[in-house]
Write a new protein. Sequence first.
Length: 340
Amino acid sequence: MQNGKCKVREGPQRESFETEAAFGYSDTAHDRRAAPAPRHSIFHFAFCILHFAFAAIPVALLSGCQAPAPAQQFVAQAQRLHDGALASTVVVDTDLNDYFQEIGDRVAAAAKTAAPSKANEAFLASVRCHLVISDTTNAFTTGGTHVYIYNGLFQACQSEEELAAAVAHAYAHLMSLDLEKTQMKPEPGRALPAVAWQFVINRSTLAQEQEADRLAMQLYAQGGWEPGKFAQLFERLEALTGGNVAPDRIALPLRAAALRSAAADAPKPARRTFPVADPKTFISLRNRAAQMHEPTGESVPHVFLRAFPNCILSGDTLEQRAAQERLRPPPPPIQKLEPS
Ligand SMILES: [Zn+2]
């Protein structure tokens, strides 16, 4: 197994050439092409293929054909960014932590049924779903075991259904290994601001965003939330933010319309599940988080959070673009050429 993908064991081709030599066949390419293979060697080869094929079946069944998890260097990079910066932005409140983790865990549990080819259960069980104290409206994953839901987004949500839509979208990016499909190359020694900058310049594509929405709808519906309510998040945010559409994103009303039609084909779980929190508890938790504010002045971890590309709105806000400029590496010094 490589990269989490099941690999069919290859046949013993090298051994067959050695077998040819043992039977006195010439090893030159010319001779091999000129001499017809005797019938018994063809049967022998076919027997070997069948033998290995049958031997591989129980191995695959025993080990289970696991869906891929993010590559180790991406998980390590995300952990370094969390431990060195982003952990300090996570809300310190047991009830809120438990609530966000429970929503994340429900999305992760739904993945096994909704998208088995992308659901690596052991990896998904290790993912932490955090509420971070940032006024930006966003949800983001750094490609390892951390999903960040921003308080600015939580405060904009009117129901758990809207919040769960954003959580499912972030998990969908993670399950599709979207970060690994960009040009990003994690380096263990890279300074953290430079790591954060890598996320700025390696944005997900529009196709990845649309696929994340499609997969998120499957996870969301399988998780027990009402599919028809997924689009409400984007309808509400359009009313709050309006306008700004990046060239690699679509306007929120179009996104909401696509989600409304996807809701019709969403899975229908056999058992109706209630939201994690009832509406009254949701409002109470949201009000508690409303008392928590970003620190005044420049906090580096908060600049990182703000700079990450927006995954929920149709473009980055002015504050986000300012944070991205703060992270932009200085240009290399201009080398003066001495006149010869
Ligand atoms: Zn996204």
